[in-house]
Design a protein around this ligand. Structure first.
Ligand code: SF4
Ligand code: SF4
Length: 383
């Protein structure tokens, strides 16, 4: 194995331990597959679980080793022997909740008052991260225009976390799409994309969600389906062709479609840092859409957030169960933010946004983390 991926792996760059590198993890997975390493080996689980799922290794591997698929399979094998307890309570609760739409709806109803209470109770560690997932009050409420016609239906794939932790982005997406003349729809029967379960070694649960989503967008056959989080988009692109042919990540869809002249944006004299999530860079291979959309706001000063190890540290369930590793991966970026003092940090991944906002707030820095669509919708001039 050539080792070309090693310098691109955030966990290897942090620890310089071969077990925390893609090559080391592949060797462990091979050992597991060939029976040389037992599935109940705690060291094996330790190194596999520290992988952020950033897929930087996959993106640059000259042999096209399907690293993430191997990792998903290996974690499923480890889970059969070691169970899910090692992920910790908040992470397991989150997986249970997003797998049950009824529970998720209930939590999203009580989340507002609960969040208000919890923000005033001192909690530490992974529980403070769990609290960060609870939605904060929406800063802006967007007035959605009536669709010009129902001839242009378009679906928003809201994902499990959308209504729970990212309502402002969903409202912003509706505002922009309706201003472009689309008849914006949400499917009541769509469920979580399944990415969290698949990467936590629960392929059965992930496939059940996939099956539900395949028939959830039938009311308007052929209507485009837009996902608003790059993590969901990466998973949805692995669905069967009938779905993939209708699906796009919303930023790439908007940046490659002609905008109507009606869409004008108010000027903004602010510095805005751009964060490119691993899923957007390494899986969707889209390094330009966020910047090209943000550039439509007159006066905006765009700067790129540097990520010294290539990942902000929120990958997978790390947001909840390895927040210390996540914080250290974001350290260099935080220092840069303190120096540059941007007013906003834009990111198209809700997990990354929650992680970065939590670390930024802890540091006392005044920088709001928002989805690029939110800034666009806030600056959109009424027709
Ligand atoms: S995963 Fe690819 S880049 Fe990394 S060591 Fe193996 S062959 Fe080389
Ligand atoms: S997915 Fe990311 S963290 Fe995991 S081995 Fe590959 S480069 Fe390292």
């Amino acid at each position: 194995m050539c080792g070309l991926c090693l310098p691109h792996c955030p966990t290897y760059r942090q620890t310089e331990d071969e077990g925390d590198s893609p090559r080391g993890r592949i060797a462990l997975m091979l050992g597991l597959d060939q029976g040389r390493v037992e599935a109940d080996n705690e060291r094996l689980a330790y190194h596999l679980d520290r992988c952020l799922g950033c897929r930087a290794c996959e993106a640059m591997c000259p042999s096209h080793v399907p690293f993430m698929a191997l990792m998903d399979q290996a974690r499923a094998n480890v889970n059969r022997e070691q169970g899910m307890k090692r992920y910790g309570i908040p992470a397991n609760q989150l997986l249970d909740m997003v797998a049950a739409p009824g529970k998720l709806r209930l939590v999203s109803i009580v989340a507002g008052p609960l969040g208000f209470l919890l923000r005033h109770i001192p909690v530490r560690g992974s529980w403070s991260r769990a609290r960060d997932l609870i939605p904060k009050p929406i800063h802006h409420s967007f007035q959605t225009q009536d669709a010009i016609s129902k001839d242009r239906p378009i679906y928003l794939f809201t994902g499990c976390m959308g209504e729970l932790a990212d309502r402002e982005t969903l409202r912003a997406a509706e505002r922009l799409l309706s201003a472009m003349g689309y008849f914006v729809q949400r499917s009541k029967s769509a469920v979580c994309c399944g990415a969290m379960h698949r990467h936590a070694g629960q392929p059965g649960e992930a496939d059940t969600m996939l099956e539900k989503n395949l028939v959830a967008f039938d009311e308007y056959p052929g209507a485009p389906i837009l996902s608003v989080a790059t993590g969901c988009a990466a998973e949805l692109n692995g669905y069967p062709d009938s779905f993939v042919s209708r699906h796009s990540e919303i930023l790439s869809y908007l940046s490659s479609n002609e905008w109507t002249e009606a869409l004008q944006f108010s000027a903004m004299d602010e510095k805005v840092a751009i964060h490119l999530p691993c899923t957007q860079r390494n899986v969707l291979k889209d390094a330009t859409s966020t910047r090209s959309l943000m550039d439509r706001i007159p006066g905006i000063q765009l700067v790129d957030l540097p990520l010294s190890d290539g990942c902000c540290g929120a990958g997978g369930l790390n947001l909840l169960n390895q927040f210390e590793l996540g914080e250290s991966l974001f350290e260099h970026s935080l220092e840069w933010l303190k120096k540059e003092q941007p007013r906003y940090l834009v990111s198209a991944n809700i997990g990354c946004s929650l992680h970065m906002q939590a670390v930024i707030e802890q540091s006392g820095l005044d920088c709001e983390v928002v989805h690029p669509l939110t800034l666009l919708a806030r600056q959109l001039k009424s027709p």
